[in-house]
Design a binder for this molecule. Structure first.
Ligand code: ATP
Length: 349
């Protein structure tokens, strides 16, 4: 498996180093033959090349089997899209898959839960990427600003299909469609219509529809009732930060950006500049994202040992949490590097 590693900004290099060590351990144990190429994107790339992502880097990632992108700052790209937006758009990574679960050793803030947010990733309210040219966040006059939200039938259908296919691989086979069609009658009406059409192909999956504001109340009240949550871009962004934090910490938030041919592992959180360089960051988010990438690659290439490696990583994360080998954000006292070493020790055993 050819993997490109871009450590990113802030805590990125620290948690990317742990993730690479974990991948090295499973590559050896499960004979995955993971070969990594290192490059830079984000602030480091701006400093060296004057650009957050060089076009040749996009091509290099396109030719690889996967991308591991450390968190990149969401600010300071002087009007240019940041690395995350560049790769999501260039590689058409339309599905952002963000699991949030509790563990026996980490019971969560509001009770146990095991759900996955499946967020549309290429259109919606993301003004920096929902246009063919230009930015959809527009200053009409000095005192008037508008932003455009784009919903397409095709975009809605493909995210729905990703969600229903995922639900079929899970025990409960339940999908919740989250929308605001009571107000956004046309755009979210189209989203719901496309999702309902796809739902008909999956009769074994039960479906419910919930308005986004009610959804956050339901999540806080009883997160255990949800399995797969399918929603549009910005609702999914917000809900998945909530669910990651509810599961214990943003630092546990794994995330995969997947398309038909390419996938990018990227933690659900940002670059956390407040704790960067202090050995405080929780590396589990990026480690779990990498596990998702291995699972995706195994399915895409028909190699089950990648899925076995992903499950071994998840088991090592659970065992570390149970044993108290964890960072401060999840109630532990260990540093990023120490937690990384504990993960590698468990995976090598
Ligand atoms: P950015 O500008 O890159 O979005 P941010 O600080 O605004 O950065 P996040 O990086 O998502 O946003 O961080 C939000 C909060 O969660 C911060 O207090 C940060 O320290 C904490 N946090 C995020 N990721 C982790 C992690 N892996 N481990 C521990 N704490 C984290």
């Amino acid at each position: 498996m050819q993997l490109v590693v871009l450590p990113g900004d802030g805590i990125g290099p620290e948690i990317a180093a742990v993730t690479e060590a974990v991948l090295g351990a499973v590559s050896q144990r499960f004979q995955l033959g993971i070969a990594t190429t290192h490059d830079i994107a984000g602030q480091a790339s701006i400093a060296r090349y004057g650009k957050a992502v060089r076009p040749e880097l996009v091509e290099q990632v396109r030719a690889a089997d996967g991308l591991l992108l450390g968190p990149t700052s969401t600010l300071d790209y002087a009007g240019e899209p940041g690395p995350s937006a560049v790769f999501r758009k260039a590689l058409d990574l339309f599905a952002n898959i963000r699991p949030a679960r509790t563990y026996p050793g980490l019971p969560g803030r509001l009770g146990t839960m095991d759900l996955v947010v499946v967020r549309e990733n290429t259109e919606g309210f993301y003004a920096d990427r929902n246009m063919a040219h230009g930015n959809a966040d527009i200053l009409v006059t000095e005192d008037v600003a508008i932003a455009i939200r784009k919903i397409t039938r095709q975009g809605s259908a493909r995210i729905a299909r990703a969600g229903f296919e995922l639900a079929m691989r899970r025990a409960r086979r339940h999908v919740t469609l989250v929308h605001k069609a009571n107000v956004l009658t046309t755009s979210d009406g189209l989203f719901l219509a496309a999702c309902r059409e796809v739902a008909r192909e999956f009769p074994e999956v039960t479906v419910e529809e919930i308005i986004v504001d009610a959804m956050v109340a339901h999540l806080v009240r009883n997160p255990a009732r949800f399995d797969v949550i399918v929603t549009t871009n910005m609702f999914g962004d917000i809900i998945s930060d909530l669910t990651a934090e509810m599961s214990g910490s943003l630092g546990m938030g794994g995330s995969l950006n997947a398309g038909a041919r390419h996938a990018m592992a990227q933690a659900a959180h940002g670059s956390a500049p407040d704790i960067a360089g202090r050995d405080l960051a929780n590396p589990m988010s990026l480690v779990l994202s990498a596990a998702q990438l291995l699972e995706w690659h195994g399915r895409a290439s028909g190699q089950p040992r990648f899925g076995e490696a992903a499950r071994a990583i998840e088991a090592a994360v659970a065992a570390c949490l149970e044993a108290g080998e964890r960072t401060h954000d999840v109630g532990g006292s260990q540093g990023t590097r120490e937690v990384g070493a504990a993960l590698v020790r468990r995976l090598a055993a």
